[in-house]
Design a protein around this ligand. Sequence first.
Ligand SMILES: Nc1ncnc2c1ncn2[C@@H]1O[C@H](COP(=O)(O)OP(=O)(O)OP(=O)(O)O)[C@@H](O)[C@H]1O
Length: 636
Amino acid sequence: MNGSSKRRRQEVDEEDEKLKALLQSSDDYVPYVSLKHRQGLSRNGKDAGHEVEARDQQERTDEDTDNSGEPVADGILKSRLDLDAEVTATKRSLLEVTEEMKKKREHMDPTLLKLEAQKQQEQRILGEANQVQTNALQSAVERAQGVQYSQSLKTGWTPPSHVRAMSKADCAAFRKKWHIICEGVDLPPPIKNFRDMKFPAPIMEAMARKGITKPTPIQVQGLPVLLSGRDMVGIAFTGSGKTMTFGLPLVMLALAEEKKMPLEGGEGPVGIILCPSRELAGQTFEVLDYYCQALGRGGFPRPRALLCIGGMDKRAQIDAVQRQGVHIVVATPGRLRDLLHLKKMSLSLCRYFCLDEADRMLDLGFDEEVAEIMNHFKQQRQTLLFSATMPLKIQDFAKETLVRPVLVNVGRAGAANLDVVQEVELVKKDAKIVYLLQCLQKTAPPVMIFCERKSDVDNIHEYLLLKGVDAVAIHGGKDQAERDEAIREFKGGVKDVLVATDVAAKGLDFPNIEHVINFDMPHEIENYVHRIGRTGRCGKTGVATTFINAEVEQSTLLDLKHLLIEAKQRVPPVLEALEDPDQDLTGAIDGVRGCAFCGGLGHRITDCPKIDKDARRLGSGRRDMLISSGGYGGEY
Ligand SMILES: Nc1ncnc2c1ncn2[C@@H]1O[C@H](COP(=O)(O)OP(=O)(O)OP(=O)(O)O)[C@@H](O)[C@H]1O
């Protein structure tokens, strides 16, 4: 356990002791009521009221901090404040009120008291964390003018009449059958086939050519929501078809705009998709461009899509906009922000804004870049957040910021894909590289190997080449041409093994990966979920092997253990034997399982290592943190 986790644990224990002491001592304890306070109560006048408030304020400040300057148990603080409030409200003596409260507490189970204290502490931490959360999804003008949109955007799309005729109960039953959780007001109905979603024939044919004939659950509900113009938070496991869910409605919007009034040079985009890595942006661009081309070939106006990422020729990107205008921009935040600053692109027509891997995009480091992009919006837009992992703090933030948002959730946010067999092996640090060769024999290629450090990627790559393995490698330190070539060769089946940092963990869709090897366990469990999600995609199965040893932090191992249990995977003895300090708190408290901040199931927010890390980063200044996180203006 790290230093601040210990401190929090100590706080919870101290809190319990103080609570017990308070309950035990109140038999013979007659609380002191100051003369001023009594006069204040008896006079009941305005000035006296102020005095009481001032005294309360002083007590609150005193009680808020213990000797270490740290906040103490909110539970105790609350009970004292409640006490004062009760005395003031009911005009009963302090002794009477204390007696009554004591009686109530005596009947409470100690576990419940602990849970109550935990709940209050969690709410406080989450509240503080949310204050640091950015205003990344509003423009500065909207914030300054207090602009609040109350209506969703209109698109002109409606479901066919037999779908509209479905009752709310029919829709609910349907969602239940498909394991779709859907929250929000006026929920659009789920639609079980692409035909009823009214996609034009060339798009249907293009999908069929890729073997896409029936929508996946996130598409069944997500596509009608987005085609209706609604803001949405989309959560579904890795490889479940999220790209088409947010991509196709944008192609349809682009088509509608082009039909209404063709774009001219310098105009557009009408929609943006932001991605955390250049490789993911490239892949998403290819998917959208494929459907745009299909429309063109099928006799429809062809929407124009542009890939806008760092490491590519900026001039060519500017020319594409200036020449004919572009409908769709798929971008990493750094390059898009540059073009907007240079006034080479404008968001005055843009009304569709999607963050893919949204939790990552709203994380420290990216959030400021996203916020800068938002400042260029001139009008309301449809906002979409998509990811397989979406901690509660982001969901809460989205609910507050988006306009009449619909949350579509398939499986628990942050759950591992059940089509992946997860194997965890204890491998000593020095034995890892040799064992890696053996591990590669587990399945046929293609195989992906993930490491935290770029230097490890380089070392493993070199070692595998020496051993005659056809391997390529990517990380943020390689130039774009090398990165592109590695991806092309691996995707095309020319190379058997790709060694990578987390730059390749999120969203990349390589066909038929058989095996993912985690040479080390990532610090954040979300990254583990994304890494192993490169296999077992869209109904296929795969294997993931993860090396662990004494170097891995206990809270990360506990998260892993609970993730394995949830996915009904074998838990190795070394994880089984782990002492679980939060065992009695790992169930849901107020409906929240695990950590509300990072989504890990093995700890509560009170022990979250990511909060500590973020706090340290904020302490050292956001700019420093951005620079040390690797350049590229925020992208990997
Ligand atoms: N309805 C469908 N039927 C069959 N295959 C599909 C369908 N929808 C998408 N696919 C395919 O499934 C694969 C995974 O889709 P996609 O990359 O969109 O997953 P994802 O949910 O975005 O995953 P990740 O969380 O890793 O980003 C792609 O190859 C895609 O073409």
